[in-house]
Design a protein around this ligand. Sequence first.
Ligand SMILES: Nc1ncnc2c1ncn2[C@@H]1O[C@H](COP(=O)(O)OP(=O)(O)OP(=O)(O)O)[C@@H](O)[C@H]1O
Ligand SMILES: [Mg+2]
Length: 366
Amino acid sequence: MKPSANVEGEQTAVHFDAVTKRFDDVVALNAVTLGVGRSEFVTLLGPSGCGKTTLLKLAAGFLGPDGGSISIEGKRMNDIPTYQRGIGMMFQNYALFPHMSVAENVAYGLKTRRVPRVERDKRVADALALVKLKGMENRKPRQLSGGQQQRVALARALVINPTVLLLDEPFSALDKSLRTSMQVELREIQRKLGLTTIFVTHDQGEALSMSDRVAVMSEGRIRQLGRPVDVYRSPADPFVASFVGDNNRLRGQLVSMQAKQAIVALGDALVKVSGESLSGLEKSAAVDLFVRPEQFSVVAPEEPCAIKGSVVAQIYQGGHVDLQIECAGERLLVRSPGEQAVLRWPMGAPVGIGIQADRCSAFPAA
Ligand SMILES: Nc1ncnc2c1ncn2[C@@H]1O[C@H](COP(=O)(O)OP(=O)(O)OP(=O)(O)O)[C@@H](O)[C@H]1O
Ligand SMILES: [Mg+2]
């Protein structure tokens, strides 16, 4: 990958160029190249141990790279200490100082930077207003809810007017509804300030809903970098297809290949997929077809081309119903909008499954 391949060179705020990091014999990051645009919100998404925190720590200067370079606003950072990088941070365990009040916690970074008292007070008040904690200045962290503590940590990161905001799973300890409202609020604040942000999560829903672009990582590498819609609709490889969103993997057979489009047979059904990921395959080759649960529909079993199966589980989700349907020994996940599916296709019912034939992805069989 070329440096800055995905953002305009002069607009790049943070640039990782072929960054490698090893811990003894573990390669935590393997030649990672990533450009984050100014004011952009980029999320690092990947399973535990893939190197997300390590990449953030390298940006912050808590760790140094074994190879490659990191620059912020065009300036090489490899040998610049953390406090000179203009970084605001919020980590997985956002340890507030328990003996300090909310205001003192937020003021801490300004004190260490020797910002004069009057300016400090004003900036602390502004930061607390931004995260909606006005009136709580004198409380201690133990007198706050989890969500409020999270806001203090965010205010503490924002108060230094950072060039870049680094957030490592900041909401993982919060319950679902609080997490959703904090996600929305963070995004509003980030947009308002135009703050370049790198956000880490292993929650794909969080990544898809919040980001301008998502970098999907696995084993120290970026597997795909793209807008949420691209990563979801056009995964670059089977790992991304399986990791981002729910997906069904089915074995199909390549029928034909034209310039850009390939046709894959799945039983009697024919499915159109992009040809790029199958290029070089011979006709009749086995392929792995990935079909999202919402691309399936339940139909009568005698419909032409339907995959035949029977309902083995119903998972009521409020706005939709997830059906597990067993077909030739394999379970497929089928998403049915609304709630009629619960009554219409009861447990054990024989059903057919139809496929929306132009929205799937396919790769050579593993
Ligand atoms: N200080 C360290 N010493 C040795 N190995 C480390 C150290 N820090 C991280 N690693 C290893 O480097 C790899 C990447 O770790 P990292 O913390 O970046 O993962 P992560 O993607 O943030 O995972 P999680 O989602 O669990 O937080 C892992 O294999 C981890 O065990
Ligand atoms: Mg981590």
